[in-house]
Design a binder for this molecule. Sequence first.
Ligand SMILES: NC(=O)c1ccc[n+]([C@@H]2O[C@H](COP(=O)([O-])OP(=O)(O)OC[C@H]3O[C@@H](n4cnc5c(N)ncnc54)[C@H](O)[C@@H]3O)[C@@H](O)[C@H]2O)c1
Ligand SMILES: [Zn+2]
Length: 358
Amino acid sequence: MNTLTVELGARSYPILIGAGLLTQASLLEQHIRRRDVLLVSNTTVAPLYAAGLIAGLPSRRVVEAVLPDGEAHKTLANVARLMDVLVANRFNRDCTLVALGGGVVGDMGGFAAACYQRGVDFVQIPTTLLAQVDSSVGGKTGVNHPGGKNLIGAFHQPVAVLADTETLRTLPDRELRAGLAEVIKYGLIRDAEFFAWLEANIEKLLARDAGALAHAIRRSCEVKAEIVARDEREQGERALLNLGHTFGHAIESATGYTQWLHGEAVGAGMLMAASFSRECGLISSEEPERLRRLLERAGLPTSVPGISSTQMLEHMSIDKKVQAGRVRFVLLKGIGASFVSADYPDAALQRALAAHLG
Ligand SMILES: NC(=O)c1ccc[n+]([C@@H]2O[C@H](COP(=O)([O-])OP(=O)(O)OC[C@H]3O[C@@H](n4cnc5c(N)ncnc54)[C@H](O)[C@@H]3O)[C@@H](O)[C@H]2O)c1
Ligand SMILES: [Zn+2]
């Protein structure tokens, strides 16, 4: 088992990574303060892993809340349902909410924990690769609004994150690949050596080799934890984690959130960001080419059919990263070296978009 700590003073917490963590009941139990536990999951994940988890907590009162599966259900109404369950069972401030599932369950469970009695303990048990490397770490929680994604939320750090790589065995291939896009992101923004490791080990990751997965998850969480520790509330450096996301969000929203998984859109978005960096004269064509090859080997899309530059620009200008009327982008000075900038020639952005749309 690998353990690392997100250093946030009194709110520091461990991330445990390894195969079979869910069968070691004490790992979860030691992070549950008192008797009452609300286990939040969904209709896909609960049948696979909830019973085993509950069996490991015989001395606790575990109430289950099983939500419908899917991004469309990441709503305030479902958080209200969780509140109803907490109140109906007379849960107090000393209860613990455990989120078992992907990012949707984690974001909703975390938000319910942030709100109930102004904040109760919360444990993340992420079961998708994306959740294990990204959404379960860093304390962003929330839900969607019909007017936009993640518009309602709170910062609420978990007391622990348990990432059991065994749970990835049941994850659909397409979800695994989408998670790999976020893993590749960490190499690009901060760690050239990790990027090269991914180039050498991508097939092992696709084959769900437990050792390779554990390494990739650990390194990803280390990078995210370091950045979050320095900039918990995204005043500066945390924005680097949005590499490829301004483009990616535009792809997702231009296609109505129906065709692209988030990680897929981020993969194509990172390639656009790399091309944009080259058009700005920051890197040569070698870096975008390396990225394109890695994304292709990971089975991720590298071109974006059916969307025009005008549509992309429109969707990007309503993204959250706009400051003083200019969209800020995460750009690359090299693989493993990223920075945020609003200072770029618009023609370079146009050329980068044109290269990947069609
Ligand atoms: N809080 C953050 O910092 C942060 C960061 C990134 C993404 N997010 C959010 O995360 C969400 C996306 O998360 P996601 O990609 O995990 O999607 P998801 O939660 O929808 O999970 C993807 C699918 O896999 C299923 N699934 C989960 N674990 C499984 C398993 N072990 N075996 C079989 N099926 C399994 C789910 O039921 C779902 O159908 C988005 O809502 C996004 O906004 C949050
Ligand atoms: Zn993302």
